[in-house]
Design a protein around this ligand. Sequence first.
Ligand code: GLN
Length: 475
Amino acid sequence: MHLSSYEDLRLRLFSKEITCEEVVRFYLERIDRHKDDNIYITVFHEQALERARSLDRKLRDGESPGKLFGLPMAIKDNISMKGGRLTCASKILENYESVYDATAVIRLEEQDALFLGKTNMDEFAMGSSNENSAYGNVPNPFDKNRVPGGSSGGSAAAVANGLAMVALGSDTGGSVRQPAGFCDIVGLKPTYGRISRYGLVAFASSFDQIGVLARNCDEAALVLEVMAGKDGHDATSSYHAVNDYASEMATVSVEGLKIGVPKEYFPDSLNSDVASIVKGKLHELRDKGAELVDIHLPDSEYAIAAYYILVTAEASSNLARFDGARYGYRSEHSEDLSAMYINSRSEGFGREVKRRIMLGTYVLSAGYYDTYYKKAQQVRRVFQDRYREALEKVDVIAGPTSPFPPFGIGDKTENPLEMYLADVFTVPASIVGMPAVSVPLGFDSINLPVGMHLICNFFEEGKLLGIAKYMQRSL
Ligand code: GLN
């Protein structure tokens, strides 16, 4: 079965050329064949088939199909689906079952999407390579010895390998965009507050957003539109009207488009293939009538420093609930209550998660709060002001998604600071809360994918995806 796009799939389902059941069988077979790649943590073998049959009945009975009828999707394993396992790729939640559905999941289901399973990730979404998972590494789809990016590495690899048509990820500092760049697909992080976080396991609540990984911008827009909008369960979700993204995308034209090119996004240390591919694409757009505008933004390195102070602070608080008493794993050999807490957390969490809890506790402690946490909040504000100012002059800010192509498995695991620098270009949009996307541009000299990163103003997802569509290489 060859399915070139969701539109193609939809037409073939409606013309009765294929059924949802056949589609699900096709995907499940592929998933089973890729079993050794650890892309899925849980596969919904029976439920997906059952659901497909009920969708097929719906169509036969002449009921009107939803916007995502029969769309085969994968869900990152930090998003709740009632009655299903929710591991966050952590030992501490190994046998935990969700007791409710995330709002995003409910909205997708209402529009007849099909869920195939839950995908692998860095533990609690902390990481850039999927190597911090209690369920093993995921190989990059283009080179088995390299990482797929992270933390939504499983979701990105699922879409790139054709084990799902679209996947959900979560993005706190780049976890949807960076793996999308490493896997040659589209990865969208919407404006903060655009999609409800209800049912997304919290890492750093003032940064976390559910995002979409897809093969093209149209499909990302469609899925975004279904999930977006106010939700009474999440006070930070926005009342901002949900736009018709497809029509917004259609109004974008390259002619006269002002593309901001910050010199801070093209440092000397940038991988030369990445630099030349990204610049090549920008020049191509200039030749088609776009205007490239040199702009200045605060140094991205400050964003990384502020980011790792703020997110670890929030994480240390959010992860306090995993104490062995209320959720998941409890250590078996403890003499008293406090030993039970300590042992459960020591045995249940992986190294990176523990490192961040300690860092976060430290930056929030009396005497250090002002030096670190407060300062980082101030830096966050400076970034917000500067990005807002920049976007008064240009339509979009462009640069590479990652400073280097996918790196080797194990290359950065011993040096957390080097790993943190993998997000140097994606973190600023998370600091300011603006929507951003990674689009595939093509391959470098050793055939590894390179992505372009674009940022637009708050709630301009339609425009952002419209611009991204012009940049994407044809798959
Ligand atoms: N790699 C970044 C981190 O480790 C981003 C993670 C994310 O976006 N969830 O924090």
